[in-house]
Ligand binder design. Structure first.
Ligand code: FE2
Ligand code: FE2
Length: 209
C-alpha cells in the first residue's frame, strides 16, 4: 500500500489518537463495526444516483463490490468485538461523516453526486490513515488493521475515479482540493475518544470523553 505519507490528507492525526483508541479496544471495535455498516449502506445508496450518461452495469459492479467488501468488514470487526467479550451497541453517532456531508451541494444534480463520491473518498482516505496508525501500535489490534488497510485504499481510489466520470476531471479535482481542506477542519475538530474518526487528545489529557 501507499506509505501514509503519500496520503493527501491536510491534517495528520497525532499518534496520541491511537494510544487512546487501543486503550479501549471494545469501544473502538464497536464504533468501527457501525462505520463499516454505514459504508455498505452508503455504497448501495449511491446506486440510486447513477449518472444518466454512463453505463449502469459498470457503476453497479463497482458499488456493489464496495458494499460487499464493507459487509465482509462488518462481519470481521463484529466477530473480533464479540470474541473479546464485547457486544455491538444498538445506537451510534457519526459526527465526522455528518460534518463532511454538511458540505454536499444537495439538489444540484451532478455536483451533488460528485460531492457524495468525494466525501466517500475522504472517509476512506482518513480511515486508511487511522488503520495505518493502529497497525503501527504493536497492539493486539495491529494485525486486523494491517489486513483491512489495502481494501479501504482501493475504495478511496475507486470513489475518486467515479467522481471524475461525473463532471470534467478538472472540476472534480478542483472540488477535491476544496474538500480536502474541509476534511482537515472537520477531522481536527472532533472530540477525542476511542473512535475511528475521533479527534486527538490535547496534550496532558487522557482523551477520555
Ligand atoms: Fe471497510
Ligand atoms: Fe471502505
Amino acid at each position: 500500500m501507499d506509505d501514509a505519507d503519500d496520503l493527501p490528507l491536510r491534517w495528520r492525526t497525532p499518534t496520541a489518537w491511537a494510544d487512546v483508541a487501543v486503550a479501549a479496544p471494545l469501544r473502538l471495535l464497536d464504533d468501527h463495526a457501525h462505520l463499516e455498516r454505514d459504508a455498505a449502506v452508503n455504497a448501495l445508496a449511491l446506486l440510486r444516483r447513477l449518472p444518466a450518461d454512463r453505463p449502469a452495469e459498470r457503476w453497479v459492479r463497482a458499488l456493489t463490490g464496495v458494499a460487499r467488501d464493507e459487509v465482509d468488514h462488518l462481519g470481521t470487526v463484529t466477530r473480533e468485538l464479540t470474541r473479546r467479550g464485547g457486544e455491538l451497541s444498538r445506537s451510534h453517532r457519526n459526527p465526522y461523516a455528518a460534518g463532511l456531508r454538511d458540505h454536499v451541494r444537495t439538489g444540484q444534480g451532478p455536483d451533488e453526486l460528485v460531492d457524495r463520491l468525494l466525501v466517500s473518498a475522504l472517509i476512506e482516505l482518513r480511515s486508511c490513515e487511522r488503520f495505518g496508525l493502529l497497525a503501527a501500535t504493536g497492539s493486539e489490534l495491529a494485525a486486523l488493521y494491517a489486513d483491512l488497510t489495502a481494501s479501504e485504499l482501493g475504495h478511496y481510489r475507486l470513489f475518486l475515479r467515479l467522481a471524475a466520470q461525473v463532471v470534467p476531471a478538472e472540476a472534480a479535482t478542483a472540488r477535491w482540493d476544496e474538500l480536502l481542506d474541509v476534511e482537515a477542519t472537520v477531522a481536527s475538530a472532533q472530540p477525542p475518544g476511542p473512535r475511528m474518526h475521533a479527534g486527538a487528545p490535547t496534550e496532558g489529557t487522557t482523551g477520555a470523553p
